[in-house]
Design a protein around this ligand. Structure first.
Ligand SMILES: [Zn+2]
Length: 295
């Protein structure tokens, strides 16, 4: 079985990106895993601190590891947006493959100092674990927002990105490049799209040479996503689009079976709705080409 680092390296060499999808229950996990198997590309599932609290850090890690072992399929587990060393260590001990250690709300110097400490502590538990650090401001919450926050002052510069990567030793960088967590109502309705600063992505990539993640990918213009991947993005996070599909699918499942009480008869509608979104994104990130599951 290839490692997550191998998968990212291969994706980078092929000019494609690995899809990262947030889960908090079996419906979402089944949808993401099913879609990845159908499209036949490696996949990352992630859980934020709140999502881990709901699913259980240890149990979900065991579940995903078992899925991977039984299927031989490259599905990896990421501890998304972790804001304390304690929670980070908990995820590392549970066997997560990667972690987003997110102190981007702190001043850069403090972010650097604490992220460097976290990298050392996490690698001491599992040297193969990939650590992602975050700089800049991309807003918070994979939810439907009323108004668009002004994130223009929090954009990452190539200089600070280089300093951050070199000083901390992170494996992956999450920059602020016009991306934003969550979606506006107009994005959910498909009337507006997020746009990315492609040139900034390319400059940060050339300064750092590191793997890069795009957070807040939901509701982003498809062409911008293709260009961002070509400019150096290796992982794209999608959460809000899945949550919207999950809710619609669940409502459809309940409406279709008004007298049903068996969850496994109602929930497949939610699985199918999420799976459609995941498949569409995986095909886009992989530019319609499979990067294979390897061994
Ligand atoms: Zn994120």
């Amino acid at each position: 079985m290839q490692s997550l680092r191998d998968v990212l390296k291969k994706a980078q060499d092929s000019g494609v990106a690995v899809g990262h999808f947030n889960i908090s229950d079996l419906v979402l996990l089944k949808a993401v895993f099913g879609a990845a198997q159908e499209v036949n590309v490696p996949v990352l599932v992630g859980l934020s601190e709140g999502e881990r609290e709901f699913a259980g850090t240890g149990p979900i890690a065991a579940y995903v590891r078992k899925l991977r072992e039984e299927s031989g399929f490259p599905i990896f587990l990421n501890a998304d947006h972790t804001h304390s060393l304690g929670k980070a260590l908990e995820a590392a001990k549970a066997g997560f493959d990667s972690i987003v250690f997110d102190l981007s709300a702190l001043p850069l110097e403090e972010n650097v100092r604490q992220t460097k400490q976290a990298v050392e502590a996490l690698k001491a538990i599992n040297p193969a674990m990939l650590v992602e650090g975050e700089i800049g401001d991309i807003g918070s919450g994979s939810e439907i927002h009323e108004t668009s926050p002004d994130l223009s002052k929090g954009l990452s510069t190539p200089e600070e990105a280089k300093q951050f990567v070199e000083s901390t030793g992170v494996d992956i960088l999450a920059p602020a490049v016009g991306n934003m967590h969550g979606m506006l109502q107009s994005m959910v309705r498909g009337e507006t799209k997020k746009h990315l600063e492609i040139e900034r992505i390319a400059r940060i990539k050339s300064q750092t040479g590191t793997f890069m993640t795009l957070h807040g990918g939901s509701g982003t213009d498809d062409e911008d996503l293709r260009k961002a991947i070509a400019a150096g993005i290796n992982i794209v996070h999608i959460n809000t689009e899945l949550r919207v599909a999950w809710r619609h699918g669940l409502e459809q499942g309940l409406a279709k079976h008004p007298d049903e009480v068996a969850p496994y008869k109602i929930l497949p509608a939610a699985v199918d709705a999420v799976k459609q979104v995941v498949s569409s994104r995986l095909r886009l990130f992989g530019s319609e080409q499979s990067i294979g599951k390897g061994n």
